[in-house]
Design a protein around this ligand. Structure first.
Ligand code: NG6
Ligand code: CA
Length: 516
């Protein structure tokens, strides 16, 4: 049976078998996807962190199901978010590497997406937070209407940052326009050469709150050197310390406005991505410096969002899916002492490396689902799931069919996501692509490194890509590597030479998935 056949049969069986209680049939649940940025498997106390405490996320896990084998689709942001929203692995398409802030829209209008599907099912759909999937058709008019963007691929509402915290333009967009833009002070952005005469990190390091590497030393905004240069838009620029509260207020307003509809909120928070400049009320609270403080800010934000659902009386009508777009990194371009202050804290838990890596630390991320009365409470699941599965799983939940040519990598994992079954995927493809946008150049497309996991076995395909980025080992080797994660979760003992048949079989499986 084709994968799609399995999917539809699975969804029908769930409904027919009454796995979804009657309440679901009466009212579709609200869906909140809370997506953290660079949060690692070991960064939450419910995942074993002892150096800091994350009580709100721990409570969410206690009231819901916590996953030990959840994967982000890639080890960096843009490809993970692309896969989450489309249901297609990012490595199938070109141009899905980390994007600069002025990149064109990667997901083209008309494409089948998670928000399009939920909109068809009657949902009000909203994005608040990090976008990083490109805007416009090739040149963005920051001073006029910004399109295509989130509103053209299924979101009814968007309040978002174009790219990352560390990339210009450091402004927020509401729907199709920059918020608080003064027409007399138009925005210009350049990723190739310096524009304007504003201070830069490279030329005016004395004006920085904290130093940055050469890539993070272009235009200084709010005392922080960014990647890329911008001029204008001064009134529109965000204050990093306030940003988390600004985004939470917009997420809260969206929920309040749609309390009576079913709503889908994709709340893409920034913590603990660089630059880490949390609100003063969190500064110094973790004992781990800005990175730890940013994780406390994230936990607080999750608590505030949950409190809003409770205040509105919709906790029991809301499915929350919490996870992270890729694994952790300590140093990612700014002198915030994350490495020195981490102490014994292991941001990727027992797994090797983190962000950018094809090792488990790159994509094995925390994931929690919660929906009181529907998601099994206090459950710890070993099921293998991937964020690319959200499209098919949520389609099954709301009774929508998938198109034949859309969401091709998305499996219906609704039963495991609800904690009703521990049978997840039989395999998952892991991915990283090392494309680095430097201040002056957009480096080449980079080399894609793929791995396949089948049960506890993992094969990393041979590659000549760089071995290390910002202190994280990538997992590169010219030959295929084979690991047994049950015995060797840290991926130290390459078994490819000892078990060549197993390695070949996994490589053949990966080749087939790539071709299909
Ligand atoms: C890299 C940046 C890094 C971060 C990352 C994107 C350099 C040297 N490093 O290119 O600081 O911004 O892109 O992170 O420029 S992500 O989580 O959005 O993928
Ligand atoms: Ca990220």
């Amino acid at each position: 049976m084709s994968r799609r056949g399995v999917l539809l049969a699975g969804a029908a069986a769930l409904v027919a078998g009454g796995a979804l209680p009657a309440a679901t049939a009466r009212r579709k649940p609200n869906i909140v996807v809370l997506y953290a940025d660079d949060l690692g498997y070991g960064d939450l106390s419910c995942y074993g962190a002892t150096a800091l405490r994350t009580p709100n996320l721990d409570r969410l896990a206690a009231r819901g199901t916590r996953f030990e084998n959840a994967h982000s689709p890639s080890a960096t942001c843009t490809p993970s978010r692309y896969a989450l929203l489309t249901g297609d692995y990012a490595w199938r398409a070109s141009g899905t590497q980390i994007l600069p802030g002025d990149a064109p829209a990667l997901i083209r209008p008309g494409r089948f997406t998670l928000p399009t599907m939920l909109k068809r099912a009657g949902y009000a759909t909203g994005l608040v937070g990090k976008w990083h999937l490109g805007l416009g058709d090739g040149s963005v008019d920051w001073n006029g209407e910004i399109a295509p963007g989130p509103l053209d691929i299924g979101f009814d509402y968007g309040f978002f940052m174009p790219a990352t915290l560390d990339r210009v333009p450091t402004v927020l967009i509401e729907n199709r326009h920059v918020v608080n833009l003064d027409p007399a002070d138009p925005i210009a952005v350049n990723y190739h050469t310096k524009i304007g005469d504003e201070p830069t990190g490279a030329e005016n390091p004395d004006q920085l709150k904290f130093g940055g590497d050469p890539e993070h030393s272009d235009t200084i905004v709010n005392g922080i050197g960014r990647i890329g240069w911008m001029t204008g838009g001064r009134a529109a620029r965000w204050h990093d310390e306030e940003l988390s509260d600004v985004l939470l207020a917009k997420a809260t307003a969206f929920i309040e406005q749609h309390r009576a509809d079913p709503f889908f909120l994709y709340f893409a928070v920034n913590e603990p991505h660089v630059p880490r400049a949390p609100h003063p009320r969190f500064v110094g609270k973790s004992g781990m410096g800005p990175r730890g403080d940013a994780i406390l800010q994230l936990d607080w934000t999750v608590g505030a969002l949950i409190a809003t659902l409770a205040r509105l009386g919709i906790t029991d009508d809301t499915l929350i899916v919490f996870s992270s777009d890729n694994g952790p990194i300590l140093f990612d371009g700014y002198a915030d002492h994350a490495v020195a202050l981490a102490g014994a804290h292991r941001p990727a838990g027992p797994y090797r490396s983190g962000k950018y890596a094809i090792y488990e630390g790159g994509t094995r991320v925390p994931m929690i689902t919660c929906w009181p009365g529907q998601v099994r409470a206090g459950h710890v699941s070993r099921a293998i799931v991937d964020h690319v599965d959200l499209v098919a799983s949520l389609a099954a939940l709301v009774g929508q069919a998938l198109p034949r040519d859309g969401a091709v990598d998305s499996f219906d994992m609704l039963a495991p996501l609800l904690g009703h079954s521990d049978r997840g995927r039989d395999h998952v493809v892991e991915d990283t692509k090392l494309m680095v946008t430097t201040g002056a150049t957009v480096a080449s497309d980079g080399e894609r490194i793929l791995a396949i996991r089948v049960g506890d076995w993992k094969l990393i395909r041979g590659s000549v890509a760089p071995h290390e980025f910002h202190g994280n080992a990538i997992g590169t080797s010219p030959r295929d590597q084979l690991y047994n994660l049950a015995e060797d979760p840290g991926e130290r003992d390459d078994l490819a030479a000892k078990l060549p048949d197993r390695a070949r079989a996994l490589a053949a499986w990966l080749d087939k998935i790539e071709r299909d």
